[in-house]
Design a protein. Sequence first.
Length: 740
Amino acid sequence: MLSPPPRESIELVQGPSMPLDSQAAFHENMPVSQHESTTNVPLDRWDMPRTTSKSDSTTHESLLGHPKRQPPPRPFWERLGKSGLFILVIGTILLFGSVGNLLFLWIGAERASRNVDPGPLWRTIAFSGWITRTITISSAAMRAVITMQAAAVTSMISALFLESANTELLHLPLLSITRAVRLSPVSLLLPYILGRKGPFKATYSLIILLSSVLVVVSQFVSTILLSDFASIHIAGPENSTSIYFADPVFSVVDSVLFSNRNNLFGNAPSAFWRFAEYREDPENEENQATSGYADTGVTIRAAIPWAEESSRLRLMRYSGTARMWYARVLCVSPSLSNVILKTINNTIPKTPSTITGNFIIDHAHPNLIRSGRNDGNSFFNCSLHLDNGVVICPTTTSGYNIKLHSPFTSENKGLATLSFMVFKVNIGKIYEESPSEYKDWAFLRHGPWTTAVHPSDHEMFSASECFTTISSINANVTMSGAPAASEPTMHWPLDPSKIGYDSGFPDTSEIRRQLGVTREKRELSSRGLLALDPNGALSEIVSYLQSAGLGGIISTSQTLGLGRGVNWQSKNDIARSQYVAAHDVHTAIFLDILKTTNNPAYAIQALSTTLYQMQYFEESYRWIYNHSASYVMSQEISIPVQKTGLLVVAGIFAVHIVVVGTTAAIFLRRTRATLLGNVWQSVAQVISDKTTDILWRADSMTDKEVKEELSGTAYNPKIKAAGVIRRRQNGRNEFGSLAD
């Protein structure tokens, strides 16, 4: 069964059909309203007089009846519409909130990167993994608000085009639609919009262009912000736990360590452990080279109680018990006498074996506290077994006692000290034809050194008498600082033949930088160290150091040799037992410090720190005692580390706020016939005596055909556009034109 053919029209209302001829519907000779004037009156946009055409007025009367009374002005919230007002007000609040949230995250990240507490809320967001999520949410909110507000701007600009920019008939439908329905500003980016002339049209077109660009760029806000991110280490959450390490009874004076003491000197350290330091610059540090002494200043160091390198490197704050020692060293130039150098007779060239003599400390140094006879003549007896290098041997003072002043003790009390002589030996081959014993010397004193000069003007050796406190204690401390990238290592040359301590090989610069014995001063952070705050432990340290026995690290009976050319051909077992050759690592560091600083105090301090750390960490299997402590470790986390992306987004936000605010202000000032979001109003204002003919024709035409119809010779009503105006004769807001 065949279906009936489709109907060409549907009668919606019973009665005769409306003719397709527009002239039949809107007859030119229909009667004119009694109150209309037939004279031409100059046109005013908001109070337009009657048109010059009689048919125009009769058309209005037949369609719309008598003129309307002018409605009262609408308040701004009605003109913007409830939804439009909501988008502008609440959306702006959301925008400011999103940007404020971003600023909070960036400021917190900047503080965290400087090791400053960013606050509990920021830490909670960061360590719960919500930084990128929060930025994504903020970016999504910004995109949504910018898009909705840009659509509101499009509606307002469409109204401005219609009411104050002499909009032509061709543009009327699109602008009416975009005024009633919020569309993207991209919908108005057409050549006939951007290409219009006139101050208002140029301004409105610029706003549309900016809004379109902002809508497009806002889609990439999240990507722009994430470009500022990088993975860095920041302070993590605070932890409280028990820290295990050695009992204070087990210290460097332990008998077990005494029996293994040679292993500390004879073996290389397994690492150069990070530590914490408290230091006060010594007095007259710049004048030490000519003042007869070398002083490290008040220095307290503490080991970090973690055996794992990663934990030591990540530690940023610690409060609890730690192994601590007073690391100050003071060296002075002694007054030498009766110095005798003995050689081994059966070696060619002859090698020095021992050096003996007397010395007096005749410098009145404010940090050396002496008691007893001031003219005491002390004695030293050191084994050499080398012809080039350094030896360190213990000494004893005769007739008087020397203590090292501490700012933590009373004026007349000091810390018990251990004293030893440091010899820089530079004998070389001068003894090939020399006797087995030599004592004809000339002595020169400069800085902390006293130099013995051979009659041939060859400087045989230099000596310096040093004082320090060699002991340690477990005490409550606080240490803090930035995490370290790594602990230093010693770089050995690829060619072993190039190893020579005089030539600077191997490279000890990283180790010397950590120990603080480079020519230039460095901050603790650049040395990879933590800042030590002894808190109330200072009195505890002083009390312990005043009463504790000394010894352990530096032997009171053996000579430590740091140099090459050690000769073990001596038949004297007693002499051999009194000499300990240091490992090449200790030797390289010690000699490089002397070479770069000529300061024996810093060299002794560096050596004792390394040996302390060796004793502490290499016995970590005996860390069985626990103490309560709190600490903060650094965590690697992805956070903003620069501000480029944030500044770009802030610029987008600022331009958008200016565009929206400016558009809203212009809209409220320059429009009177628009209530945004009302589609019936927009449709009604399209219908006027200037549009009915083309509206009647366009029901089956494309936009291109309408454009051709309006611009062609077949239909040329000679309309000079005036946009939407209010007509005086009928009170309607409708599309009108200016007469030619």
